[in-house]
Design a protein around this ligand. Structure first.
Ligand SMILES: *[C@@H]1O[C@H](CO)[C@@H](O)[C@H](O)[C@H]1NC(C)=O
Ligand SMILES: *[C@@H]1O[C@H](CO)[C@@H](O)[C@H](O)[C@H]1NC(C)=O
Ligand SMILES: *[C@@H]1O[C@H](CO)[C@@H](O)[C@H](O)[C@H]1NC(C)=O
Ligand SMILES: *[C@@H]1O[C@H](CO)[C@@H](O)[C@H](O)[C@H]1NC(C)=O
Length: 349
């Protein structure tokens, strides 16, 4: 779990993730009644997406009467027909897109937080690269994280073969190692259409909310290329991480602004209707806020589908001021308390 960076009184001017200024921008609305996850009655902490057909609600759609082979069609096939009907009838400025947002499998930073307890993790260990035995800077996924990703891969195999789901047409991933490898384990070896192979694009702004934790510092572009040679890397991606700052954290407002920018950027250049994004708990929470979805926390390895209507609006994105990064306090020695009420490092001893 990622905790919000602690905001202290002192604000320092730093280089934030920069905004670009398009001539139009997109507005997002979640289409309700399609997936259980957006129903307020669904409890995110007990919901099991693989046991419930990804949350797809069993129902009729207004387009069912024109669905080819309706009687033999699965719920996913009728949904695909519904989405294609919505798109063919939509106004020029409107478009319907189904996002699959997946969280990475358990990383060494997640395991370390459980091992040390949240106070000692936040105020001491997370700012270090590791503890001599385990490294959590740009954390890799643990054996448990690998199993989680492989079970999602098996789930996709089942969805494609038995439920006749329309698989993603394009794939995006955070540049952090845990997402790069989760995406690969999740989607490689699937029976995908020739036209839509698994060739993900690495995008900077799908990364986790940036805290002082070294697990939020990415590796170089060259290292990503070496480890994931088949991946595309977006244009303008810097060799060295330009955004992570020792002992500083990105404010949530900045994170939401860049989440909106990256969604606008993807939809402005990608005509796909089915889009996969492999990202993080904090960043998926931010994407859900931007899309207008209710809060829905994902366990490591979990994924959520979101059907969204996007509307192109004229003019720039309403201005959101870019705030300076906030300094993060640490303890000189790990606090011994395990109670997570001690998030502001007041328990330093
Ligand atoms: C933008 O989307 C929100 C819901 O996400 C909706 O309430 C609002 O009416 C939309 N605005 C425009 C101008 O379409
Ligand atoms: C959701 O489930 C958790 C775990 O069983 C429980 O603690 C929590 O109270 C539930 N939340 C709601 C709103 O029912
Ligand atoms: C979710 O359901 C699947 C399939 O029914 C099961 O194998 C898996 O153990 C469940 N996951 C959790 C976390 O309960
Ligand atoms: C380092 O942390 C891991 C948990 O992430 C733990 O299993 C291991 O025992 C620790 N090593 C030392 C030397 O404390």
């Amino acid at each position: 779990m990622r905790l919000q960076p602690i905001i202290l009184g002192l604000l320092v001017a730093t280089t934030p993730i920069t905004a670009y200024t398009p001539k139009s921008h997109l507005n997002y609305t979640v289409i309700p009644g399609i997936f259980q996850q957006d129903d307020p009655a669904t409890n995110a902490s007990t919901f099991n997406f693989t046991a419930s057909n990804f949350g797809l609600i069993d129902r009729a759609y207004p387009s069912d009467s024109t669905c080819p082979n309706r009687k033999q069609s699965t719920q996913w096939q009728r949904l695909a027909h519904y989405i294609s009907t919505l798109n063919s009838k939509a106004k020029k400025t409107d478009r319907y897109v189904l996002f699959f947002l997946g969280r990475h499998g358990e990383g060494y930073h997640n395991a370390a937080e459980s091992y040390f307890g949240t106070p000692a993790w936040n105020c001491y260990w997370s700012e270090r690269d590791g503890n001599g035995t385990v490294t959590w800077a740009d954390a890799h996924i643990t054996p448990k994280g690998i199993d989680q990703a492989l079970s999602v891969n098996a789930f996709w195999k089942h969805l494609i073969k038995d439920e006749k789901i329309t698989p993603p047409q394009t794939y995006y991933t955070s540049p952090l190692f845990r997402c790069l490898s989760t995406a690969k384990l999740t989607f490689q070896g699937l029976d995908l259409p020739m036209k839509y192979p698994f060739v993900p694009t690495v995008k900077e702004h799908f990364r986790e909310g940036i805290s002082a934790h070294t697990c939020d510092r990415r590796s170089t572009k060259s290292a990503i290329r070496t480890n994931f040679p088949s991946y595309r890397i977006e244009r303008g991606f810097a060799e060295k991480d330009p955004y992570w700052m020792e002992l500083y954290a990105e404010p949530r407002e900045n994170q939401d602004a860049r989440s909106k920018e990256v969604l606008d950027d993807v939809l402005g250049s990608d005509t796909s209707t089915y889009i996969s994004v492999t990202s993080h708990s904090g960043e998926i929470a931010s994407l859900l806020r931007v899309l207008g979805h209710r809060v829905f926390s994902l366990a490591t390895g979990a994924a959520i589908p979101v059907l969204v209507k996007t509307t192109t609006l004229k003019g720039d994105v309403p201005a959101t001021p870019t705030l300076p990064y906030t300094p993060q306090k640490t303890c000189a020695a790990p606090p011994t308390i395990r109670d997570s009420s001690c998030n502001d490092c007041s328990c330093c001893t």
